[in-house]
Design a protein around this ligand. Structure first.
Ligand code: G3H
Ligand code: ZN
Length: 277
């Protein structure tokens, strides 16, 4: 069934488990992620980014597919808007039935981020939608990596108090869109943030983090673990291999099927790494 994010994050945070949050670009992503979650008996977050919505010419087509897959699932599934900087897209997501949104004001000044995030929280709370925000910009989305950026724990506490946000994305050494897994997380900072901040913490740019460090990040206090690039690597590698081995195949179900199977297997493995079950 379709659930709100607190349904997954609150027990996971209390029990030191991670929750996998995976980015949907094609319907096959959503199918693979829910199949994997079902196989291991864990909930999962399907997230659609502002960039993915733009790629499809709008949020609704990929949202409708993801929402249908979530509602039909045996395990609890969240449909979440990822990295929305456009407030109109937040409104559209809420109207479409998303149970969760990330408003990303991390590029704004602190005061402007607080003001805009608080407005989104007021809007979402009125209809029972969960809100994630970001403080301390996790780099890499624009191709510029800034692994040295850190979220200040005292500022994070003040931000959560001032905005009423339900979960907080923090900068602790990861960076978006890494294709090698060489990120070095600041575990001391994660522990400080976990001790100080009263809401679940979100790790962005998790593709660049080695497996052992993902497990340790969860044990140290990160709860929602966002993975996108790594699974696109899984998909693309499987497609490339399939097409190389089967040069006469033209039915997309054949090669997309190989890609979907590969993503499902990798998410099963990752959910184990994240102690999600
Ligand atoms: O919001 C999405 C994530 O932070 C994914 O980042 O592509 O580096 O795994 P990634
Ligand atoms: Zn992100």
């Amino acid at each position: 069934p379709l659930v709100t994010t607190d349904h997954l994050l609150d027990p996971a945070r209390a029990e030191g488990r991670g929750v996998g949050a995976f980015n949907v670009i094609q319907i096959e992503h959503a199918e693979a992620f829910v199949a994997a979650a079902t196989e291991v008996g864990a909930g999962v977050v399907l997230q659609i980014s502002q960039n993915a919505a733009r790629w499809h010419g709008g949020l609704e087509p990929v949202a409708a597919a993801s929402l249908a897959i979530a509602r039909a699932a045996e395990v609890p599934v969240v449909v979440h808007l990822d990295h929305a900087e456009d407030r109109d897209l937040v409104t559209e997501a809420i109207e479409l039935g998303f149970t969760s949104v990330m408003y990303d004001g991390s590029a704004l000044d602190y005061e402007d981020n607080v003001a805009a995030t608080a407005e989104v929280v007021a809007q979402a709370r009125a209809v029972g939608v969960f809100v994630e925000a970001e403080l301390g910009k996790v780099g890499g989305k624009d191709g510029v990596h800034a692994p040295g950026v850190r979220t200040d724990p005292a500022e994070a506490v003040e931000f959560v108090d001032a905005t009423g946000v339900d979960a907080l994305a923090v900068a602790v050494g990861s960076s978006h869109a890494m294709t090698d897994r060489t990120a070095s997380l600041d575990f001391a900072r994660i522990a400080e943030l976990r001790a100080a901040v009263p809401v679940p913490l979100v790790l962005h740019g998790s593709s660049g983090v080695p497996d052992a460090d993902l497990t340790r990040a969860v044990e140290t206090g990160m709860t929602k673990i966002n993975v996108s690039t790594h699974l696109n690597n899984t998909l693309t590698t499987a497609l490339r291999a399939y097409l190389d081995e089967n040069p006469t195949v033209v039915d997309p179900r054949k090669y997309l099927g190989a890609g979907r199977d590969a993503m499902r297997a990798e998410v099963v493995r990752l959910l184990g790494v994240l102690r999600a079950a």
